[in-house]
Ligand binder design. Structure first.
Ligand code: ZN
Length: 259
């Protein structure tokens, strides 16, 4: 059966007989792996359409067991992502994250639109790419079914205003427990620590507030928001541990520096 769908290339690799295997996040079929004989060489619109970071329209032959791209028309190539190393590193982390959370053949239209939005914004941004990636990841947590508790203590339900630690004059922050999955009060922290399995962070800013801000605001808001280096590193570590723990995705847990 011949089908048509829009899609975004996540990755490609060469296989035998001059063919390539391309992983495409399609609008209608979700993530699929497609074989193709289309070549990257040449200037045709189909040449671009098999490269990562490309948004294209695909004619695909779908059989019971496989997909094969017959032809493609590039709608937009985000090739300029590769012109800046930091932007490229963050965009690559983004693609890796998407590839890990998407299940084969499960359509995710809303996430598809968010993906295009992310690529648009990171392409026109000139810095602070890290902030954009954190915002995207936090926004996906609810649909992945692993949204952390940000409104009260995850263990006992105590309200945020009734606990917290001081981070300066009249400023309070709330600890975040990876193991319990959200904000945690002092008593519950102590109990968790004594059980020996606690993974609790108390950075010098309110991580609960920050995550809520990422969740509440549209992605485009983050085009111009830059985080201080130490704040960015703390979020990377906490969010990185969190998605590793709940989604088994370790993309933020490396030592590569990027902004
Ligand atoms: Zn509690």
């Amino acid at each position: 059966m011949l089908v048509n769908t829009e899609g975004i290339v996540l990755k490609q690799r060469k296989i035998a007989n001059n063919r390539r295997m391309i992983t495409v996040f399609t609008k209608n079929y979700g993530k699929i792996s497609c074989g193709t004989s289309l070549s990257e060489k040449g200037k045709g619109k189909s040449a671009l359409a098999i490269r990562p970071f490309t948004y294209a329209d695909y004619d695909i032959f779908k059989s019971r067991e496989s997909y094969s791209i017959n032809s493609a028309q590039t709608k937009k190539s985000y090739y300029s992502i590769g012109e800046d190393l930091d932007r490229f590193l963050v965009a690559s982390k983004f693609i890796e994250y998407l590839d890990k959370i998407l299940e084969e053949e499960q359509p995710r239209p809303k996430l598809f639109d968010m993906t295009l939005e992310f690529l648009e914004i990171i392409t026109r941004s000139t810095r602070n790419y890290d902030t954009l990636l954190y915002a995207f990841i936090v926004k996906t947590l609810r649909v992945q079914g692993v949204m952390p508790e940000l409104h009260c203590c995850v263990n006992c339900g105590k309200k945020l205003e009734d606990f917290g630690y001081s981070i300066g004059k009249d400023r309070k922050a709330h600890a975040f427990s990876i193991s319990s999955g959200g904000a945690i009060c002092e008593e519950c922290s102590e109990r968790e620590k004594s059980s020996g399995t606690a993974l609790i962070y108390r950075p010098n800013f309110d991580i609960i507030d920050t995550m809520q801000y990422f969740y509440d605001n549209p992605l485009e808001r983050f085009e111009k928001i830059g985080l201080k280096e130490d704040v960015s590193q703390d979020i990377k570590r906490i969010l990185g541990q969190y998605i590793d723990h709940y989604l088994g995705v370790g993309v933020l847990l490396d030592d590569v520096e990027w902004r």
